[in-house]
Design a protein around this ligand. Structure first.
Ligand SMILES: *Cc1c(COP(=O)(O)O)cnc(C)c1O
Length: 416
């Protein structure tokens, strides 16, 4: 289900006209469909029901408290990657038993807090980190659960920056080292190493890389006889931004379940993008239209790479649609932001109905890695986040103000 659709010439979010929303709220803003987000969670839950996994939504895809809370209300847990995400997860009442924590660089403070809060498990990415967790656990006289994050050296067909499971990347532990850790588990007597974790990257639209990596992991499990209790198979399920032949949750499940079934392991999933990606858009306004000397048309909009960095960072494709289809003649545009960088664009060479100042555009499938990667670059306040829920239009985060921009800064006395 995707709840961003045209009715006549007007783009709607669920049953609300986006033209009505822009009358009340100034652009740019992120707009989410509660129904779409919950529906995508349920799609994964239902597709994988045969193995009854714990599904931990990957908070870094979208950590708005309301969105995470909407998922918690459906029984979802959370996959965190920092102390800040732990703080937010606990703020909205996520049961610690449904929190898993990955990151190559957990600090001692972050580890201590997570142990004290009794999260389900740490996904450990190196021996020094394991030693740190063991040391903190000894001091706190507890025995936290850890999973070793293995790096299976599998290369999915996705952008290099979101490939994580190949041997030259910083993530995880190679199988040989993992074997040594299990063989010498008595060295780490203050932790319980009963899990394995694998996450090979993001926006993976094929089932093969998952199959290959899980087979490698299970070969390792069988060879080692390591007394495993749970296997966390990470996230990475890709969505359709453009012309990808993206898989459904059922496609992924059909490929993955047979490999895992009958192993008697508790399974954890960490989907992020799949749950929230298509459930959000970035709504913006055309400020100016200009034609360069080469004849290229630029639609200059009021949102930029500080609001949505994926096109600039990953050359990611986001569909751009007019909120109201006014003119039928179409022209080719670069849709660009106001930021002083040539890499500041949201879409290149797009055929769009002839645009003029004041028109509204929707940058589609911006619900994942959109707001969470937004910044104040060029001293631009970050945008609002709005959610349509049960026919209501709700602000779930105010737009920042200029005051917010300087909240942490003081003119020091030496400069007064
Ligand atoms: C980012 C991340 C995920 C989520 O990836 P998606 O592609 O958004 O599903 C899951 N697990 C870990 C460890 C991650 O770093």
């Amino acid at each position: 289900m995707n709840e961003f659709k045209y009715k006549g010439n007007i783009l709607y979010c669920e049953d609300v006209s986006i033209l009505d929303i822009v009358k009340d709220y100034s652009t740019p803003f992120y707009l989410y469909s509660h129904r779409t987000i919950v529906d995508h969670f349920l799609k994964i839950k239902n597709a994988f029901s045969a193995i009854d996994p714990l599904i931990c939504f990957s908070m870094k895809a979208n950590s708005n408290l309301n969105i995470c809370k909407a998922l918690l209300n459906e029984g979802c847990g959370l996959d965190i990657v920092s102390g800040g995400e732990l703080y937010k997860a606990l703020k909205i009442g996520c049961p610690p038993s449904k929190i898993v924590y990955a990151s190559v660089g957990k600090t001692e403070e972050e580890i201590e807090t997570a142990i004290r809060k009794k999260i389900f498990s740490f996904n450990v990415e190196s021996i020094p980190e394991l030693i740190m967790i063991d040391t903190v656990a000894r001091r706190l006289k507890t025995k936290p659960r850890v999973a070793l994050r293995v790096n299976p050296d599998v290369k999915p067909d996705t952008h290099d920056y979101i490939t994580t499971g190949t041997k030259e990347k910083k993530f995880g532990i190679d199988f040989k080292t993992a074997e040594d850790i299990f063989d010498n588990a008595n060295k780490y007597s203050n932790v319980s190493i009963k899990g394995l974790h694998v996450h090979i990257g993001s926006q993976i639209t094929d089932v093969e890389p998952f199959i290959t990596s899980l087979k490698k992991v299970l070969d390792f499990v069988e060879k080692g006889n390591i007394g495993l209790e749970w296997l966390n198979i990470g996230g990475g399920f890709g969505i359709m931004y453009h012309d990808e032949s993206a898989k459904t949750a059922e496609d992924f499940a059909r490929a993955i379940i047979p490999i895992l079934k009958a192993r008697n392991l508790k399974i954890i999933l960490e989907p992020g993008r799949f749950i929230v990606g298509s459930g959000g858009i970035l709504v913006c306004k055309v400020l100016y239209v200009k034609t360069g000397v080469t004849g290229k048309n630029f639609a200059i909009i009021d949102a930029g790479m500080n609001d949505l960095i994926r096109p600039s960072l990953y050359k990611a494709y986001h569909e751009v649609l007019p909120v109201a289809k006014l003119d039928t003649t179409s022209l080719v545009y670069d849709v660009v932001g106001p930021i002083c960088e040539s890499g500041d664009y949201l879409a290149l060479d797009r055929s769009l109905p002839k645009l003029s100042s004041g028109e509204y555009l929707a940058v589609m499938s911006a619900g994942a890695y959109g707001y969470t990667m937004a910044s104040n670059y060029n001293s631009r306040p970050r945008p609002a986040e709005i959610m349509v829920i049960d026919g209501h239009v709700k602000i779930i985060r105010r737009a920042e103000t200029y005051k917010n921009l300087i909240a942490g800064e003081r003119i020091i006395k030496e400069l007064k």
